[in-house]
Design a binder for this molecule. Structure first.
Ligand SMILES: *Cc1c(COP(=O)(O)O)cnc(C)c1O
Length: 392
């Protein structure tokens, strides 16, 4: 099928919820993609932080095929091997105690919100259901996670929203302390705000939030939907912040491109969501979990150190190009934000780069790069060359 036919069919038959770039994609290898006409694109996006192993990974495709032939799905009323193994690895590598598997990031955050409210209800009864989130955060597109998102822009059209969220400025401990009005059960943060513009939280602030939560018996909830699974150079970002959150959500990269998400919880929260309190039909699908096992296998500690080194290389190289429209870079590992200077817009720059064969994302008012974690130096250099020739 040609690009033109793909675009026509999409416009005719798929709801127009996405402002798409005018590019159709057909296949890929590593961090390189091709359109149906054979035009090449270097990928600095991984979907949106999903394809940790890039495109066409042989062990990933083999594991999926093998599991699909063996057992594609059974209900969670029975036991299966691959999700059990994946949960064991996640707990052993992070110090968390148990996992609930779901399908997408917003859904995982919904589960985490339910966990926090029930933890508090079980212990203190009614009246302690408020969750504090940060301004400029992003937590999902369901009615509840839209309301959990600390940006007014998202609190529109879909009234009535779920009650019980308040927002505070990031990195301001006093603002958080001022929320102690007897009704709080949890604080939910992204350790690096992703959609908000790739903004890492201060380490001292996060440690102080952890201590405050412990003192008040508020749960500390980390939304690692974007930062998790090696993206920031450790398996989860909380590990380099020196934390053990009470619960952590993950999604995007967990199965390297198949839809899967989940929450991990510590020992204190192990029994909060007992039988009948939470469930999802597709959660912990054996094929997705088999793909997740390959991702865990490839993301060794040595591999994760390379992620950090690659992120540093990209940031140094981009700043070294000294492009007139781009300013400073920030981020952790291969989660990179780039300031766009006054006089240019991120959408216009992204459009030009994509037109010239480099896929990038925007976040806040800047550019955002989330390359596949397996990206090679050669592919990074090709992408940098497109940046240079397009933007110099
Ligand atoms: C992408 C994202 C979500 C939403 O995930 P979906 O899979 O689109 O539901 C939630 N939180 C963060 C931090 C994200 O980056």
């Amino acid at each position: 099928m040609t690009s033109a036919v793909m675009k026509d069919l999409t416009h005719q038959y798929i709801m127009g919820t996405y402002g798409r770039f005018p590019v159709a994609l057909d296949h890929g290898k590593g961090a390189t993609l091709w359109d149906p006409e054979g035009r090449e694109y270097i990928d600095f996006t991984s979907g949106i932080g999903v394809n940790a192993l890039g495109y066409g990974s042989q062990p990933w495709a083999d594991a999926i095929a093998k599991q699909a032939q063996k057992l594609g799905h059974v209900s969670n009323l029975f036991y299966t091997e691959s999700p059990a193994k994946l949960a064991e690895i996640l707990c052993k590598r992070t110090g968390e105690s148990c996992v609930f598997f779901a399908n997408g990031g917003g859904e995982a955050n919904e589960g985490m919100i339910k966990l926090a409210r029930k933890y508090s209800f079980d212990k203190y009864g009614h009246g302690r259901s408020t969750i504090i989130t940060l301004k400029n955060s992003f937590h999902g597109r369901t009615i509840t996670t839209l309301k959990a998102t600390g940006q007014d822009l998202f609190h529109n059209f879909f009234f009535p929203f779920t009650e019980g969220f308040r927002y505070v400025e990031a990195n301001d401990l006093d603002a958080l302390k001022a929320q102690d009005q007897g009704d709080v059960c949890a604080v939910m943060v992204e350790l690096v705000q992703g959609e908000g513009g790739v903004l890492p939280l201060d380490k001292d602030y996060v440690k102080a939030v952890e201590a405050l939560c412990a003192e008040k018996d508020w749960l500390l909830l980390a939304d690692e939907v974007q930062t998790g699974v090696g993206r920031t150079g450790t398996l989860f970002a909380f590990q380099q912040y020196g934390l053990l959150p009470d619960a952590v959500s993950f999604a995007k990269g967990i199965a390297g491109g198949l839809p899967m998400s989940g929450i991990m919880a510590n020992e204190k929260c192990r029994n909060v969501l007992g039988p009948g309190t939470h469930a999802t039909t597709f959660g912990g699908n054996p094929v997705c979990a088999a793909a997740g096992l390959v991702v865990q296998d490839i993301l060794s500690d040595a591999f994760l150190r390379e992620v950090t080194a690659k992120g540093q290389y990209l940031r140094d190289s981009i700043e070294g190009l000294a492009l007139p429209c781009l300013g400073k870079t920030r981020g952790l590992g291969l989660m990179i934000g780039i300031d766009v200077r006054e006089g240019w817009t991120n959408k216009e720059i992204a459009g030009k780069l994509i037109e010239n064969g480099l896929l990038v994302l925007t976040a806040g008012s800047g550019l955002r790069l989330l390359p596949p974690l397996i990206i090679t130096k050669e592919e990074m250099d090709k992408g940098l060359a497109v940046m240079k020739s397009t933007l110099a």
